[in-house]
Ligand binder design. Structure first.
Ligand code: NDP
Length: 412
């Protein structure tokens, strides 16, 4: 059962938030990149606090920086304590890079304290492997009324992929008919099995039933039952599997006239073999099981055994290629383009001591935060990325570390 939350009233405190002050919650792989990148953007964020459940992880990240930042211990599931902290510190914005389970409690605390909000992944109840925007979209009126903004899904996918779609709609097409979001990771960490972001969230997502949008309907597929080979610029041909991914839900609502929307992700044979074996023996289960008189949740136990994604940085070599393959009409003629970014794991590590998956998530989170802090995207309400002007975001994305390109493709 999902916990029922009491409605949160408008902010009580009258102190004005400090525009240059940002609170980052979560000190994992993505939190590390966000902190490095906020620290580089000193013109926007002269004052940074990094808070997480385990403060020692915040201190370890802070020690990597040339600038001084503050750290704090926070349990983001505790709304009253977080609200108190926000009321005392009055940051302009909270960047939530903890886990999707914390989204609603952090949104509640932001509403209560009068602080803007940004995240990179949509809410998931811990005990149901299901992610949907309905829980966060339900905050629309409360954020509007409070004059606050919540920017949802400002990572790469969701995030930059949504912005690529908005750019295609604004600048490249008169009608968009089909979007295939492609996420390829040709990186190799040399380990038998590891996930490149939080293992629990990653394995819940990948082992779920597939789903895509076609002619106004959602079509379900068996988990990982559909695959196709795509030839990716700079990394070559890769087999990708159809998955359900959260940006499909918001794009189906916000890209008018789109007939088909799908999401594809590449996995190595090694990853697939391990994942299937783990699934077959029940290690991906999210329901408690009794083990020697104690209740344990199999996937959480597995997370304890698997490598910490933040530790993969030094050993991951190769590149990622993530983008949107868009088809439609332009000036009465068929058009097909691939809008994409290529990111090199080792270059990311040299810059911010992280692999490219955390990097490609953390940089867009900071670009989204800059859009809000600079006022370019600041408007009350709860927004998905494709609902905002893509051009200022994309103008900032390359210089902040993720250059992007548009490749014109044959239409046949
Ligand atoms: P990690 O597991 O590496 O880090 C999560 C961090 O959140 C940890 O520091 C953890 O603390 C902290 N945390 C967990 N629960 C709480 C809590 N109750 N209060 C405070 N802090 C808490 O995850 P990642 O860095 O890999 O991922 C971060 C987010 O980024 C996830 O939501 C993930 O879904 C999202 N993501 C988005 C992508 C995109 O492109 N949009 C791609 C990849 C990831 P502790 O160390 O104590 O456990």
């Amino acid at each position: 059962m999902t916990k029922k939350r009491p409605p949160v009233s408008a902010p009580k405190s009258s102190a004005t938030p400090n525009r240059g002050k940002v609170l980052i919650i979560g000190a994992g792989g993505v939190g590390g990149v966000v902190t490095h990148k906020c620290a580089q953007a000193v013109e926007h964020f002269p004052d940074i606090i990094l808070a997480s459940r385990t403060e020692s992880k915040c201190r370890a990240i802070a020690a990597q920086l040339k600038r001084k930042i503050r750290t704090a211990a926070i349990d983001a599931d505790n709304v009253p304590a977080l609200t108190k902290f926000l009321e005392k510190e009055k940051p302009f914005l909270v960047i939530n890079v903890a886990l999707p389970y914390q989204d609603l409690s952090i949104m509640d605390a932001c509403l209560a304290a009068g602080i803007h909000y940004l995240d990179t992944a949509n809410y998931e109840p811990p005990n149901i492997a299901k992610f949907e925007y309905k829980w966060q979209w339900a905050y629309q009126d409360r954020f509007k009324k409070a004059g606050l903004m919540a920017l949802l899904g400002s990572g790469f996918d969701p995030g930059v992929t949504n912005v690529f779609c908005a750019y295609a709609q604004k600048k490249l097409f008169d009608e968009i008919h089909q979007i295939d979001i492609l996420d390829a990771n040709a990186g190799d960490h040399g380990l038998p099995f590891a996930t490149n972001f939080n293992p629990e969230i990653n394995l819940r997502e990948v082992s779920a039933r597939g789903r895509y949008f076609e002619h106004g309907e959602w079509v379900e597929t068996e988990p990982l039952s559909w695959s196709r080979t795509f030839d990716f610029p700079e990394i070559g041909p890769k087999k990708a599997f159809l998955l359900y991914h959260e940006e499909l839900e918001s794009l189906a609502v916000h890209i008018p006239g789109v007939k088909r929307l799908r999401f594809w992700m590449t996995f190595s044979d090694n990853y697939m073999n391990h994942m299937r074996a783990l699934q077959n023996v029940g290690m991906l289960g999210i329901a408690p099981v009794n083990h020697q008189g104690r209740e344990i949740i199999p996937i959480q136990f597995l997370k304890t055994l698997l490598p910490d994604p933040a530790s993969l940085g030094p050993r991951t070599k190769g590149k990622t290629n993530i983008g949107c393959l868009v088809e439609g009409l332009h000036k009465g003629k068929k058009r097909r383009v691939y809008i994409y970014n290529v990111c090199d794991h080792q270059e990311c590590y040299r810059e911010v001591q992280s692999q490219a998956i955390s990097y490609t998530t953390g940089v867009p989170a900071v670009v989204g935060a800059i859009m809000m802090a600079s006022g370019k995207w600041l408007k009350p309400g709860v927004w998905n990325m494709e609902q905002l002007d893509p051009e200022p975001f994309l103008a900032e994305l390359g210089p902040r570390g993720l250059p992007w390109q548009v490749l014109e493709l044959p239409t046949d």
